[in-house]
Design a protein. Structure first.
Length: 205
């Protein structure tokens, strides 16, 4: 299965989401999937992601736009603010034609929402963030709901992240799966949600 993993944070800057995405890419490679990692960063720079175990490096990271540091939640988030970044991520996804698109932090501009809304394949989203300052997310709640409505499955890395999505965006906690990062394919595209087993992801028309 061909999987596109999307990070809205600069792939050239160390960070929790970027590390999470690379670990998932490695696990998917080891399972035999074809993987590409997309995100903002210095254009023209490509990196390989190595499979877990003895597998070869078989995933490529593709950067789509430069980033700016934006203060958020006590840190500086390296994100792409240009609308051009959104156009590039959507075009790249169409060109790659993956079987499934997995977007991490789908509400982080501009790459996150553009990847979800521009994908033609089934979409999985993973929510990472928790903060006690929800003002920015509340301001974009209508867009957030539209983005999350496009996803076939919404996952959270922790109960805190799940509760935040419920409180800020209005995505009920019960609709979020517990994420363990394993995909499977059996006629439909599925995502494994740990003890919840496999749930179907609806295909886009």
């Amino acid at each position: 299965m061909r999987v596109a993993l999307v990070s809205p944070y600069d792939l050239g800057v160390p960070g929790g989401v970027q590390s999470h995405v690379r670990h998932l890419a490695s696990a998917l490679l080891a399972a035999g999937d074809e993987v590409v990692v997309l995100g903002p960063g210095e254009r023209g720079v490509t990196r390989g992601v190595t499979a877990q175990g003895d597998g070869p490096a078989a995933a490529t990271e593709v950067t789509v736009a430069s980033t700016h540091g934006v203060p958020f939640n006590g840190a500086v988030a390296p994100i792409a603010l240009s609308p051009t970044a959104g156009l590039r991520i959507a075009r790249t996804l169409r060109r790659l034609a993956p079987d499934v698109v997995h977007v991490h932090e789908p509400l982080v501009p501009t790459v996150g929402p553009a990847a979800v809304l521009g994908a033609r394949a089934p979409v999985v989203v993973t929510l990472h963030a928790w903060s006690d300052n929800d003002r920015a997310y509340r301001l974009v709640r209508p867009l957030g709901r539209r983005v999350l409505a496009r996803a076939g499955a919404a996952l959270a890395v922790s109960p805190a992240a799940a509760c935040r999505s419920d409180r800020v965006i209005g995505l009920p906690f019960r609709e979020l799966g517990r994420y363990n990062g394993k995909f499977a394919h059996d006629g439909q595209v599925f995502v494994s949600l740990g003890v919840a087993g496999l749930i179907p992801i609806r295909r886009s028309d």
